[in-house]
Write a protein that binds this ligand. Structure first.
Ligand code: FES
Ligand code: FES
Length: 214
């Protein structure tokens, strides 16, 4: 073989070697890239799962409370309204859903003795507190509480839709007057129940019933 031919052969061999080296390098780079992408992907998935778990658990809150004399512990949705807890989860359907805007008072219950519109009241706020609904008013033998009796005796219940809320509002007022030794006049009674709407009675009989309690 001539010298020239030898040189060309050597050059071609060199070229082929350097091409193979380049190819291997490129392949290794690709592999490393792929591995990096996979790792980042699986970390992203892990982080998303973790975030979802955190968000999911923050949607629920465990609360303890006493309702109508019974201690209850419950995990509830943090956004749950007291009315929905009472009616849908505790099946105490005596409390009525009226306007759902805090205007009619049909949903009134007592929290630590104070009347609240349960349609707007976050259920998480009863944690550690005492709730009284219309079901908790009647006595153990099933007989009516004195406020309920007065309402019945004075014809202050007609369709009855407002009655549970009205009675709970009157209960809060009655207890307050009793504790302060106050005998309210009709104006005070009207003022006390002004947040509770009744479409049937015209209020006179309700005021009569409350007046009869003192
Ligand atoms: S239903 Fe709550 S105020 Fe009307
Ligand atoms: S009795 Fe019917 S709304 Fe009051």
């Amino acid at each position: 073989m001539s010298d020239g031919a030898k040189e060309r052969k050597n050059e071609r061999t060199k070229e082929r070697k350097s091409e193979r080296t380049k190819e291997r390098k490129n392949e290794r780079t690709k592999e490393r890239r792929n591995e990096g992408t996979k790792e980042r992907k699986s970390e992203g998935t892990k982080n998303r799962k973790l975030n979802n778990n955190i968000m999911e658990s923050s949607k629920y809150t465990e609360i303890e409370f006493v309702i109508n004399g019974q201690a209850v512990r419950r995990k509830i949705r943090s956004s749950l309204l007291l009315l929905d807890l009472i009616r849908d989860e505790l099946s105490l359907t005596g409390t009525k859903a009226g306007c759902m805007e805090g205007e009619c008072g049909a949903c009134t219950v007592l929290v630590d003795g104070a009347p609240v519109n349960s349609c707007l009241y976050p259920a998480v706020n009863i944690n550690g507190r005492n709730v009284l609904t219309i079901e908790g008013l009647s006595k153990e033998d099933g007989s009516l509480d004195e406020i309920q009796e007065a309402m019945v005796n004075h014809g202050a219940v007609q369709c009855g839709f407002c009655t549970a809320g009205m009675v709970m509002r009157i209960k809060a007022f009655f207890d307050e007057c009793r504790s302060q030794n106050i005998t309210p006049d009709r104006e005070m009674i009207k003022k006390a129940i002004e947040g509770n709407l009744c479409r049937c009675t015209g209020y006179v009989k309700i005021v009569d019933a409350v007046e009869s309690l003192f």
